[in-house]
Write a protein that binds this ligand. Structure first.
Ligand code: SF4
Length: 193
């Protein structure tokens, strides 16, 4: 039976059998585990958003499975089963909890109008609508069907796309399909930078 390192340690702490087999006394470990702040948390696997390395993280949350309880992130650690970082995090990634719980974190879209000196909140529906209108207007005004030598190119060089390291393969697939259908040739992703 295949077993990850994480599952091995979890089963060892829970049952005590595996470590006992290696000659360790497991009672103190089990007692210690009951006092850990992550002993009652649920785990969510995610990706560190800070740089293109894209390290895997486990986010520990208290209360998100209980009725009438406000979920609270209490700990973030490297994912030992992730093929990129195998449990390690650099200092930036190790401070990810402070990014999640930061009161300056943006939770809604914002727009800065031409000539304005500040950003305004905007709801998602309006943001998507405005983006769609801007894309259509820009593409209609700048689409190139043929180049200077009469060759068909069907491209739009006035729109570009930049993705982030937390984008999934599935999202990136849809991005490429969508952008190519518009004729966009400038596609880039933080994970390549
Ligand atoms: S933990 Fe550090 S190296 Fe890994 S993705 Fe985050 S910032 Fe990059």
């Amino acid at each position: 039976m295949e077993m990850s390192r994480r599952a091995f340690i979890q089963s060892a702490v829970a049952g005590g059998t595996a470590l006992t087999a290696f000659g360790f006394e497991t009672a103190p470990i089990r007692a210690q585990a009951k006092t850990l702040k992550i002993s009652r948390t649920s785990e969510t696997r995610s990706t560190c958003p800070y740089c293109s390395v894209s390290c895997g993280v486990i986010i520990h949350t208290l209360g998100d499975r209980a009725k009438n309880a406000v979920p609270q992130v209490v700990h973030v650690e490297g994912d030992p089963d992730h093929p990129i970082n195998r449990g390690t995090l650099c200092p930036k990634g190790a401070s990810l909890q402070q990014d999640i719980l930061n009161d300056r974190r943006l939770l809604k879209p914002q727009v800065r109008r031409p000539g304005s000196d500040h950003w305004d909140d905007i709801d998602w529906e309006r943001a998507v609508d405005e983006i769609a209108r801007a894309v259509k207007k820009t593409r209609d005004a700048t689409f190139t069907a043929k180049d200077s030598r009469g060759r068909t190119v069907n491209r739009c060089e006035s729109i570009a796309w930049a993705g982030g390291c937390t984008d999934t393969n599935e999202l990136n697939y849809l991005v490429v399909k969508t952008m190519r259908s518009l004729g966009v040739v400038g596609l880039e992703n933080q994970a390549r930078v």
